[in-house]
Design a binder for this molecule. Structure first.
Ligand SMILES: Nc1ncnc2c1ncn2[C@@H]1O[C@H](COP(=O)(O)OP(=O)(O)O)[C@@H](O)[C@H]1O
Ligand SMILES: [Mg+2]
Length: 490
């Protein structure tokens, strides 16, 4: 039990782990996607506004140039008047010489990028490298720890070449992304902890029913097979499990009860002849008797011993059939021959009782199985038909083959089996009229039909009570036939 709970606990933990792990994967993937998307969006916005800044600056330079004709001066004037928060514009002339800088406070950035004409490793170099004459280009340039987005375009103002460069210097966009990342870094672990704890408790709740079932099941043994697991009627899988388990318990209980009943019946059945033997012997020995008296006693004792050995034999056969469960000695034989033999063996008994026993084989019926056991079925059916019939009656045996089966019908015109007993004739130790049959000389122990049924089933066939009433009783035995093709090969 404790092991069971430990196992469940680990299932719960594993479930919680899996649950959290999957959620973590989803969240990370989602964050990565959102991050990429946001970055892309931000960059597009920055790029557009840089291009816009360059365009309007270019316009301003053209306007200035018209006013004072010197393009360099025009660029410087335009730069002085350039107001674009977070953007800076630089104008380069021939040979990458810096002509003008907007908002020209000489900060680190300005110094770094204005060194383009002096150093090859100037941070703005990649931008110029990407710029084809007469075209424009974007580049991300590095200045210390900062990444700066830049846009450059070559323009011509009054026959003079200029390269206008716009830089995004403000940190606005970076801050948006940074905030997003900060929020995500707090939110994801929090969500994972919540999901993990929540998942664990959810799993614990769901498995509580299983733990409870385990506890109850562990206390059930052969003495308490009538106990059942609680079904909560929630219609969920746990309920289904409990029902399945309860059904299994019911089946076990039934077979246990049957087993016990069988033991009780068997010992009861054996006790009667043994008691009779002992009594007979005691009476015979109590005083000296004549030879005729001894003889009578011995005959009685022999009959009782026969009865006893017949019961023991039946019990043994049943036990063997139960144990073998399909593993029979099988060989091929002809069913009509077997029936002929059985009928002729029993005919004297029928004749004795004034009963006509008839069998006319018309077909050849190949069968596979244990002929001794099949003979036992037939003998039992004939024995019953004769035993429970009245003198002057007739017993008919018929054999036919249809749909891959041999069908043997044994019918008599006796008084039949009482309706309320018909369902139980195949039960072990069942006798429709126990008082009458037990005292009768031929009375069996009520095992005959149950053995016959068991044998038929073990051969893949069946034995049924087809009809029983005032006009008589019909039992039908079905056995699988050997297909003609394989029969001819054999
Ligand atoms: N042909 C039959 N006609 C009337 N009753 C029958 C017939 N066959 C079986 N029965 C009833 O079914 C009971 C069970 O039969 P069986 O198992 O062969 O036990 P047994 O013959 O030892 O009594 C019999 O006791 C009898 O009452
Ligand atoms: Mg019988």
């Amino acid at each position: 039990m404790r092991r069971g709970t430990r196992l469940l606990r680990s299932v719960r933990t594993r479930l919680a782990f899996w649950h959290t792990g999957v959620l973590a994967l989803v969240l990370v993937a989602f964050t990565a996607f959102t991050w990429a998307y946001l970055q892309r969006l931000t960059q597009d916005r920055v790029d557009r506004s840089l291009a816009e800044a360059v365009r309007s600056f270019h316009q301003a330079v053209i306007t200035e140039a018209r006013a004072n004709r010197n393009p360099d001066e025009a660029a410087k004037d335009a730069a002085r008047e350039f107001r674009f928060s977070g953007r800076r514009v630089l104008v380069y002339g021939a040979y990458h010489s810096l002509v003008a800088v907007s908002d020209s406070s000489s900060d680190d950035l300005t110094q770094a990028i204005s060194a383009i004409d002096r150093a090859d490793d100037s941070p703005i170099h990649p931008l110029f490298a990407a710029l084809a004459p007469g075209r424009s280009a974007y580049a991300t340039i590095r200045n210390g720890h900062d990444l700066i987005r830049s846009y450059a375009t070559s323009v011509r103002v009054a026959d003079q070449e200029f390269t206008i460069v716009a830089l995004q210097v403000g940190q606005v966009e970076r801050t948006v992304l940074g905030n997003f990342m900060q929020a995500v870094l707090v939110a994801i672990p929090l969500a994972l902890v919540l999901a993990g704890v929540g998942g664990y408790f959810l799993a614990r709740r769901s498995f509580a029913a299983v733990v409870d079932m385990g506890r109850r099941a562990s206390s059930i043994d052969s003495e308490s097979l009538d106990a059942r697991l609680a079904v909560r009627h929630t219609g969920d899988e746990m309920d289904e499990l409990a029902s399945v388990f309860n059904d299994m318990l019911s089946r076990l209980e039934r077979s246990f009860v049957q087993q016990r009943q069988f033991m009780a019946d068997a010992s009861h059945e054996l006790r009667t002849p043994i008691a009779s033997l002992r009594a007979e012997a005691s009476v015979a020995l109590s005083q000296s008797r004549t030879t005729a008296e001894y003889e009578r006693s011995l005959v009685h004792m022999r009959d009782e011993a026969r009865r006893l050995s017949a019961i023991v034999d039946d019990l043994f056969t049943l036990a063997r059939l139960d144990a073998a469960d399909g593993a029979l000695e099988r060989h091929e034989f002809f069913l009509e021959e077997l029936l002929l033999e059985s009928v002729s063996r029993i005919r004297p008994l029928a004749t004795d009782r004034g009963i006509a026993l008839t069998f006319h084989p018309t077909v050849e019926a190949r069968c596979c199985g244990d002929p001794l056991l099949i003979d036992r079925i037939v003998t039992n059916l004939l024995d019953n038909a004769i035993k429970y019939g009245s003198p002057g009656n007739a017993v008919l045996v018929e054999l036919e083959t249809s749909r891959g089966c041999h069908v043997v019908r044994v019918s008599d015109d006796g008084t039949g089996i009482p309706a309320d007993a018909q369902a139980r004739v195949f039960d072990r130790f069942f006798r429709a009229d126990a008082a009458r049959t037990r005292t009768a000389a031929t009375g069996g122990a009520g095992l005959g039909l149950s053995i016959a049924w068991r044998i038929a089933r073990a051969h893949g066939g069946d034995l049924t009570l087809t009809s029983s009433g005032e006009k008589g009783t019909v039992f039908t035995l079905t056995l699988p036939a050997i297909p003609a093709a394989s029969a001819s090969v054999a």
